[in-house]
Design a protein around this ligand. Structure first.
Ligand SMILES: *[C@@H]1O[C@H](CO)[C@@H](O)[C@H](O)[C@H]1NC(C)=O
Ligand SMILES: *[C@@H]1O[C@H](CO)[C@@H](O)[C@H](O)[C@H]1NC(C)=O
Length: 140
């Protein structure tokens, strides 16, 4: 029994000494999601909701951001969907801003998911520096 604990301790110690391996010990389940209005002309209207919560409708001015914290559920799916509209236009889109898969694959490293609404598309970043084009606008 004690041997087992020692073994676990030893492994944890060794992992904590290795920068590459210790990364895997950072279980990430708490996140912050940011949605930023980077449109040049329009306000951005967002309405986000998860299975349990309606986060309400928000109108963001140029440069403004809407942010919330979220934890992955221990069991089952976590998903936050947002309806995003360029105010005063017919450009609207429904986007997943948080899912288990986005969290695990893309936000885990920094525990931040950034979404930037721009004129041409909606971009993603996990560090507010390197952005990738992610979702297109659709017209209704
Ligand atoms: C988007 O808005 C944020 C917050 O105002 C600003 O810091 C950032 O530079 C803007 N990015 C672009 C690409 O305009
Ligand atoms: C989001 O958009 C979809 C599709 O346009 C619509 O069916 C749904 O009612 C909208 N939800 C909210 C909360 O605005």
């Amino acid at each position: 029994m004690n041997c087992l604990f020692f073994f676990i301790f030893l492994i944890s110690f060794l992992l904590s000494q290795s920068p590459t391996l210790s990364f895997d010990l950072n279980f990430c389940w708490r996140f912050r999601v940011h949605i930023i209005n980077n449109l040049s002309l329009n306000n951005l209207v967002i309405h986000c909701f998860s299975y349990d919560d309606d986060l309400g409708r928000h109108e963001l001015w140029w440069g403004e951001e809407f942010t919330f914290k979220i934890g992955q559920r221990a069991v089952g799916d976590t998903r936050v969907l947002c309806n995003v509209t360029k105010f005063g236009s017919n450009h609207i889109t429904s986007i997943d801003v948080f899912t288990n898969s986005i969290a695990d694959k893309h936000c885990c490293k920094t525990r931040q998911c950034y979404w930037s609404a721009r004129d041409d598309a909606i971009y993603f970043s996990n560090n507010d520096k390197n952005w990738n084009r992610w979702y297109s606008w659709t017209s209704v």
